[in-house]
Write a protein that binds this ligand. Structure first.
Ligand code: ATP
Length: 233
């Protein structure tokens, strides 16, 4: 479904990605791992067309999306839960959910606000609250719900549970498992390795802007030297 080969990207004259390779099948969960500053967010932003790639290829369902504008990439069925959540502070929770809702792929059973409230019952009672008055956990649930309301086929989460209390983190993982059971593909960045590895089918490790390791969770758990060298655990 998503195939990245030899992806490079620059910020001005400074090169951030030096050859990212990644492949994710339909219905699969993939993680993007690596220490701080290794290129995870840049890779995600290049997939979404937020950062322009300077070389390599990114294809989604066989369509080359590298260099397309973000709105076209989103319409092809990729939903983003961005780092820092980026909730509209001056819109209510419900307005945040519906502001960018769409069904460009004609999903027969599209996401609705009510379905998002079923996934995250915490949100149901906060429908009229302004975005900036929501807690971090509520904002993250809202950011996931807002992405689902675009009816994507691939959901990308940059820092899925960053800064959230353990109980809220578990609610986010449970929701992601339910979404995955529905057939959605997921690409996820997070610092909580043990939760991630339980959830993932395949893992990609970046070091200095390059894919240096890829494989299943069992293989990664067993490879102490890779864990230590690239993830510091
Ligand atoms: P973190 O986990 O800290 O978010 P990351 O793996 O997501 O790290 P990136 O944020 O993609 O890493 O950063 C990759 C490299 O690109 C780093 O060297 C970083 O300093 C650089 N970089 C990121 N954003 C910019 C920017 N806007 N301008 C210039 N350089 C940047």
């Amino acid at each position: 479904m998503l195939k990245i080969s030899g992806l490079t990207s620059h910020y001005g004259s400074s090169q951030a990605l030096f050859g990212v390779d990644l492949a994710l099948g339909a219905g699969q969960v993939a993680t993007l791992l690596g220490r701080n500053g290794m290129g995870k967010t840049t890779t995600i932003n290049a997939i979404m067309g937020i950062v322009p790639p300077s070389g390599g290829s990114i294809s989604f369902d066989g369509v080359e999306i590298s260099g397309l504008p973000s709105f076209r990439i989103a319409r092809l069925g990729i939903g983003l839960v961005p780092e820092g959540r980026q909730i509209f502070p001056n819109l209510s929770m419900r307005e945040n959910l519906i502001a960018t809702a769409s069904n460009h792929l004609g999903h027969p059973d599209p996401w609705t606000a009510e379905r998002v409230y079923e996934l995250f019952p915490e949100l149901a009672t906060r429908a009229g609250s302004m975005g900036n008055l929501l807690s971090g956990g509520e904002q993250q649930m809202l950011a996931i719900g807002r992405a689902l309301m675009t009816n994507p086929r691939l959901l990308i989460l940059d820092e899925a549970t960053e800064g959230l209390a353990p109980m809220i983190r578990q609610k986010i993982w449970a929701a992601l498992k339910a979404i995955r059971a529905d057939g959605l593909s997921i690409l996820v960045v997070d610092k909580n390795l043990s939760d991630l590895l339980k959830f993932a089918d395949v893992n990609f490790i970046l070091a200095r802007g390059k894919t240096v390791w890829s494989g299943g969770s069992e293989a990664l758990r067993a490879d102490r030297s890779v864990l230590q060298r690239h993830l510091g655990v």
